[in-house]
Ligand binder design. Structure first.
Ligand code: SAH
Length: 347
């Protein structure tokens, strides 16, 4: 429990603290419910907990709460982008997307990112630190409270590489899927990764059937190395072996994300190569017209090229969708609102 705050603790860990205070163990379940189901931000409202225990907890185990500092609503769809301030004054961003099947929240897993993908705004300043489990949870909790509606899906696709913050990620998933908390099933959670093979294998062993989304973005190692520094450490064949293993262990269909960048990864040849690369994997391909980032000179592929990719995959019976661009009018693309906020603060 070293270094963890109260909202990052499992019930049994909370129990040992409570017992240490000479209080009955069932209090742990009550407090857990207040924190993770009723989304309490303060011990004061836990009126069924004896006052003395509350003040003891308040003193030793302060509750981490994110502070909303900005909110942008898309006029085009119902996407809302939130900026939250952490206790150390750093800021992170999260996005709420409303679909016909429910509310989906996209959360950050780190402050900044060290992966260095060439098309991504989140990585420009490097990684500042990992997020704690409670900081990941509270992005969902605050958004649910602010929106006043139940969150049904969580995607860990915001700033950061979740598998580079592995232990906190696992704790986050276990806590948010706890029946005594928000009870969001692992099947409704997606973990997006740039592809770290040993961590993908480790995730396959956790008994948590989350959807794995792999940021592929290239049909071969050469193109991938141009776009993603991680490709210099691991080949596509190593990564896809790990992905196949993930499917074998969990039975969860894999999502491949492919950002389409004009002149980089969108030729007809690339489309055929992609088919060859992933054929036989039970998967779904998400084609994403790249979001232009001010600091990068990439532009999105032409519509005909995206359509050609889609047709080629479909002809080979590979599931594919072109991702609906949501909230582009509010800088919803990876890391852009956060960057702008920090730049404005520094002026
Ligand atoms: N590090 C993780 C999760 C965060 S990035 C990962 O790599 O998957 C989430 C997704 O957004 C990734 O697929 C990433 O490649 C993609 N992405 C980043 N910047 C983008 C941009 N400018 N346009 C389109 N997709 C982008």
């Amino acid at each position: 429990m070293d270094g963890l705050d109260v909202k990052s603790l499992y019930i049994n860990e909370l129990e040992s603290i409570i017992k240490g205070y000479g209080q009955p163990a069932f209090r742990a379940g009550q407090i857990f419910g207040w924190l993770h189901e009723k989304l309490a931000t303060d011990y004061d409202i836990m009126t069924n907990i004896p006052k003395e225990l509350r003040s003891r907890l308040k003193e030793n185990w302060p509750i981490t709460v994110l502070e909303p500092v900005d909110e942008r609503r898309s006029s085009a769809d119902e996407t809302v982008k939130y900026l939250f301030m952490l206790q150390d004054k750093r800021v992170i961003e999260s996005v709420l997307m409303k679909y016909h099947h429910g509310m989906s929240v996209c959360i950050s897993s780190q402050v900044g990112c060290s992966m260095g993908c060439k098309f991504c705004a989140s990585t420009i300043g490097g990684k500042e630190r990992d997020l704690t489990p409670s900081e990941m949870l509270d992005q969902v909790y605050r958004i649910q409270a602010l929106a006043g509606e139940r969150v049904s899906n969580v995607v860990i696709m915001g700033t950061g590489e979740p598998l580079d913050n592995y232990d906190n990620l696992i704790r986050f998933i276990r806590l948010i899927s706890d029946p005594k908390g928000l009870n969001i099933s692992p099947r409704s959670i997606t973990v997006s990764t740039c592809g770290i093979p040993d961590k993908i294998r480790q995730l396959a062993e956790e008994g948590l059937p989350v959807t794995l989304a792999l940021s592929l973005h290239a049909p071969n190692d050469d193109v991938r190395k141009q776009l993603m520094p991680i490709a210099r450490s691991y080949s596509l064949s190593q990564i896809l072996d790990a992905v196949r293993y993930y499917f074998d262990r969990t039975g969860r269909r894999i999502t491949f994300e492919y950002s389409m960048i004009d002149g980089e990864n969108d030729s007809e040849e690339h489309a055929y190569e992609l088919v060859k690369l992933i054929k036989g994997i039970n998967c779904h391909v998400n084609l994403i017209p790249v979001n232009p980032v001010k600091e990068r000179n990439f532009t999105r592929s032409r519509t005909e090229k995206i359509q050609f990719f889609k047709n080629t995959l479909e002809k080979n019976r590979i599931n594919v969708t072109i991702r609906r661009e949501m909230g582009t009018d509010i800088d919803a693309a990876c890391g852009q609102l956060r960057k702008r906020f920090i730049e404005n603060m520094q002026q």
